[in-house]
Each structure stands twice: as structure tokens, then as C-alpha cells.
Design a protein around this ligand. Structure first.
Ligand code: SF4
Length: 381
């Protein structure tokens, strides 16, 4: 298949692995003192394990899995609030499939559906808008989730609803942004990261200069990467070469998809519909300043928080603890690997997930379970 097979070429991969090996040795990376590279995006985590890249690269390179899975970082209180909205009479609550099984403190959306709430899986916010047009006597709510990759589609849908005057449609907004949690991780003295593989899809929307602060203020290299195995190997090589050469820059390995300055149409839609919240709660990371988005007052008629009196959910999220025995927060912040969680693969597995990292297709625990779950526990810290 064109544009896929050439990025899975074994000869190309072997050549890149040899160059990674040489660069790692030049830096002096060893198993005991590894170069720690965080892949921010959950899609990259899955690609690394799917293709066994963690086992192919030099032993002195350690992948730290970042918080780039939007379902995984959603606080339980926001799931509770989604259930609260969905269980109100007359509501049709719509969501992407990923979020249906994420546990709340009382129940997941799937359990609420089994209990009688009208909750439907959709493939895009436009499907939810269609449902609102078809059911004018019902309130249709879309569970707006995700980073800058999905934010433009909900923004454009709200604009469309406003143009058409579809008054029974709203979005429960949980959109979040990538740069603030990276800054929070860099400010954490325990993280000790040497470089980053930057997200490909998010960067398609925001461009590469949103990461300038990583190189400028923290002196760390970041390479925005594609998702095929040779994309990731080349990105790791580019990070190592920057370290070897004493450089800290923002580089774009995924130039075939990511424009330097992002997508102006998407950015304009986001700016029109959303504004930053003062702070937002992240599972495992706590409150992070200016990391979440809310619907602007001019679109308040399409804001489910306003319509259902949910208020500022992040304030309530602080009071909600994770279930006993789960180590989601430590995995989320890269302090332990998923196999270091006592529940991994036993109580917590894809059939009966205890934490969101096992639920989402982009979660680190799901990736470990699917591709390498039988390894010995490894403690990073
Ligand atoms: S195995 Fe389950 S409980 Fe443990 S960190 Fe992963 S998702 Fe959380």
C-alpha cells in the first residue's frame, strides 16, 4: 500500500537501528544510565509496542509513555458528570466508543446505558447534530473529548448548530491541550527526561512552534513524528543526534503531514468557539493551568455545562480519589511501567478494566497487555 509500505521497509529500519546504535554509544547511553525519551502521544505508545521498537533499539534508550491519551487523563469526576447529564429525562447522550467503558466513581456510561439511559455511540459530532435534527423534542448532548486533533470538529459542529439554530444540541466540553502538561512534566524534578517524540496528529492542527518553549526554556530536543515504524525510528535518531551534538531544537520528522504553522482553518474555528479554562484537572497529573478549554459565552446555548447546570467540573474533580490499589497516576506520569501496577493483567485487563489506561485503545496499559503484557515488572524511578 502506497505511503504505508515504504515506512515499514525492513532494510530501512535496519539502517536506522544501526545509526541509533552508533548515536546511543556516542552519547554513552547504557541500560543502567539510559537516555529517557518520552513519546507524548498514545498512538506512538501503541506503535512502539506493536512493532517491538522498544526491544529493537539500543538498550540504553528508554521510552517513557506520556499523557497523550485523552480518555486516560479524563478525571473520574468528569465521567460522573457525563453520567449525571445522560441520566436526565429526555436526554440522548452521545459519545465516541472509547469513552463508554471508562469507570466513574458510580458507573461508566456503558453501565448507565444498561440502567436505562439513552446513550449512543457516534463516529463524529456531526452524527450527534443529525440526531438533534431528527429528534427536536429531545436534548442531544455530545461528549466532547480529546486534544487539538478532535477540538476543531466539535468547534465546527457548534458553529453549524448555531447557523441552523438547532437549539436542542450541546457539547459537554472536555477538550484539553498538549503543551501545558508537557510543561508540568518538565517542571517535575522527578521526571528527568532527555527528549521528546512529539505528537503527529495534534501538530497537524497546532504546528510545531507550540513546542518552542521545550527547546528554548528547558534545553530539551523534541521531534514531531509520524506513526509508522521507520517514522518513529527516524525520530528517535533525530532526538539522539541533537543530544549528541549539544543541540535542543524543535524538528519535524512528519513533514509530509504536519505544516510548520498548523491548520489555519482549524485554529480559527477553535479560537472562535472555545476559550481557555483557568485550570483543568488531569487524572494522574492534578490541576494544570490553562490546559482545558470551555465553550465561549457567545455559544452558551450549545454548552452542556450551562444547559444542565454542571458548573466547573474540574473543581469537583479534585475531591475524587482513584480506586484503591490502582497505579494509574504513576503510570500516567511515567514513574512506573504498566507492568509495575499490582493489578496489571489480573484484576485489571481489557475485559474488566479498573483504570482508563486499560480501556482506551491509546492507553499505555492496553498497549502493554496487547503486545508485551507478560514481561517482568520494571520500575523506572
Ligand atoms: S493496570 Fe489498570 S489499574 Fe493498573 S495502572 Fe493500568 S489501568 Fe490503572
Amino acid at each position: 500500500m502506497r505511503f504505508v509500505e515504504e515506512f515499514r521497509d525492513p532494510a530501512l529500519a535496519k539502517g536506522l537501528l544501526a545509526r541509533i546504535d552508533a548515536a546511543a554509544r556516542a552519547i554513552g547511553a547504557t541500560k543502567e544510565s539510559p537516555v529517557r525519551i518520552m513519546e507524548i502521544c498514545g498512538g506512538h505508545t501503541h506503535a512502539i509496542f506493536r512493532y517491538g521498537l522498544d526491544r529493537l533499539v539500543h538498550e540504553g534508550i528508554e521510552f517513557i509513555h506520556g499523557p497523550g491519551c485523552p480518555v486516560c487523563v479524563l478525571p473520574m469526576a468528569r465521567v460522573d458528570e457525563a453520567v449525571e447529564i445522560a441520566e436526565q429525562p429526555g436526554v440522548i447522550f452521545t459519545s465516541f466508543g472509547d469513552a463508554m467503558r471508562v469507570p466513574g466513581t458510580r458507573k461508566s456510561l456503558l453501565q448507565a446505558k444498561a440502567d436505562g439511559a439513552d446513550i449512543r455511540t457516534v463516529y463524529s459530532p456531526l452524527d450527534a447534530l443529525d440526531l438533534a435534527r431528527e429528534n427536536p423534542e429531545r436534548e442531544v448532548v455530545f461528549f466532547g473529548l480529546g486534544f487539538e486533533t478532535t477540538t476543531p470538529s466539535t468547534a465546527l459542529t457548534i458553529q453549524q448548530a448555531a447557523r441552523e439554530g438547532v437549539g436542542n444540541f450541546s457539547v459537554f466540553c472536555n477538550h484539553i491541550t498538549v503543551p501545558p502538561p508537557i510543561k508540568a512534566l518538565l517542571d517535575d524534578p522527578h521526571m528527568l527526561l532527555d527528549g521528546f517524540v512529539g505528537p503527529g496528529h495534534v501538530s497537524m492542527v497546532i504546528g510545531i512552534h507550540a513546542y518552542d518553549f521545550i527547546a528554548r526554556d528547558y534545553g530539551k530536543p523534541i521531534v514531531v513524528s509520524g506513526f509508522e515504524p521507520t517514522d518513529l525510528l527516524q525520530s528517535v535518531l533525530m532526538v539522539l543526534e541533537q543530544i549528541r551534538d549539544g543541540r535542543a531544537e524543535v524538528e519535524n520528522q512528519y513533514g509530509r503531514v504536519v505544516p510548520e504553522h498548523g491548520n489555519p482553518v482549524s485554529l480559527a474555528a477553535i479560537a472562535d468557539v472555545y476559550e481557555e479554562r483557568p485550570s483543568f484537572a488531569w487524572r494522574g497529573l492534578g490541576e494544570i493551568d490553562r490546559s482545558g478549554l470551555r465553550v465561549r459565552a457567545k455559544y452558551a446555548a450549545f454548552d452542556a455545562e450551562e444547559k444542565f447546570g454542571i458548573g466547573y467540573g474540574a473543581r469537583r474533580a479534585r475531591d475524587v480519589e482513584e480506586p484503591d490499589g490502582t497505579a494509574c497516576a504513576q503510570v500516567m506520569t511515567g514513574r512506573i511501567k504498566p507492568t509495575g501496577c499490582p493489578l496489571f493483567g489480573t484484576t485489571c485487563n481489557p475485559e474488566t478494566p479498573m483504570g482508563a489506561l486499560m480501556v482506551s485503545s491509546e492507553g499505555a496499559c492496553a498497549a502493554y497487555y496487547q503486545y508485551g503484557g507478560r514481561r517482568e515488572p520494571e520500575v523506572v524511578e
